[in-house]
Design a protein around this ligand. Structure first.
Ligand code: CU
Length: 204
C-alpha cells in the first residue's frame, strides 16, 4: 500500500505539475457517479471483511467453557504474581512470587497438559499483562473490573508437551516490571493428580 501511494505521488508530481504556460484550472470531475460509487463501495467492502474476521476470531478467543478442567485465579501485583488453582472443587494453596531476575526463580504454576484451563485475572494496583509466549496468548490485567466482567476471564487449552515455560508481565508497570517473571510447568495428567493430592487444599 505504501509503495502504491508513493509511486502515485511521484507520478502526479512529475506528470501533473502546474505548467508555467497554462494558468487555467484543469478539467473538473465533480458529479462523476461511477467514481463516487466506486470509492464508497470499495472501503465498505474492505471494512466489512475486516469486521467479519475480527468478530469471528474475537468470539473464538473469548469463548469460555462451562466446566474447565482447571480454574486459576491470577493476581498480578507490583511486582509479581499470585496463583490460586481450583481443581474439581479443591482449592490449592496459593503460589506467591517476588521479583526475580530469572523466570525459573519466580512463582511456578503447575498445570496438566492438553487440558482446558480458565484464568481469572485480577490486579490490586496498576495494569499488568499476563503472558506466556509459548501459549500464544496474552491478556491485560486491568484493576477495578467488576467480578462478572468478561475482560477478567480467558481460556486456553494447554500444550500437549510437558515442560517448563517462561511467563512474564508484558505491560510496563513500574520499577521492577522487568523482574515480574514466572513459569508454568506442564505435566502429564497422572503427575498433576499426584501434585493436587500432595497439596493441602481446602474443599469448596
Ligand atoms: Cu506488571
Amino acid at each position: 500500500m505504501g509503495a502504491v501511494v508513493i509511486v502515485l505521488i511521484i507520478w502526479a508530481v512529475i506528470f501533473h505539475r502546474k505548467r508555467r504556460a497554462k494558468a487555467e484550472l484543469p478539467p473538473q470531475v465533480r458529479y462523476n457517479l461511477p467514481i463516487e460509487i466506486f470509492y464508497t463501495v470499495v472501503p465498505l467492502v474492505m471494512v466489512s471483511v475486516f469486521f467479519f474476521f475480527t468478530a469471528r476470531d474475537g468470539n473464538y478467543l473469548q469463548k469460555l467453557s462451562p466446566n474447565p478442567d482447571v480454574k486459576v485465579k491470577v493476581e498480578a501485583f507490583q511486582w509479581s504474581w499470585r496463583f490460586t488453582s481450583t481443581v474439581s472443587g479443591k482449592t490449592l494453596p496459593q503460589v506467591v512470587g517476588q521479583p526475580v531476575s530469572d523466570y525459573k526463580l519466580g512463582p511456578q504454576l503447575v498445570l496438566p497438559v492438553g487440558k482446558r484451563v480458565q484464568f481469572e485475572l485480577e490486579s490490586p494496583d496498576v495494569i499488568h499483562s499476563f503472558w506466556v509466549p509459548a501459549f500464544l496468548f496474552k491478556r491485560d490485567v486491568i484493576p477495578g473490573l467488576a467480578p462478572d466482567n468478561k475482560g477478567r476471564f480467558f481460556e486456553i487449552t494447554t500444550l500437549n508437551k510437558p515442560g517448563v515455560y517462561a511467563g512474564r508481565c508484558a505491560e510496563l508497570c513500574g520499577v521492577d516490571h522487568s523482574r515480574m517473571l514466572f513459569s508454568v510447568k506442564l505435566v502429564p495428567q497422572a503427575e498433576y493428580d499426584q501434585y493436587v493430592a500432595s497439596q493441602s487444599g481446602s474443599a469448596q
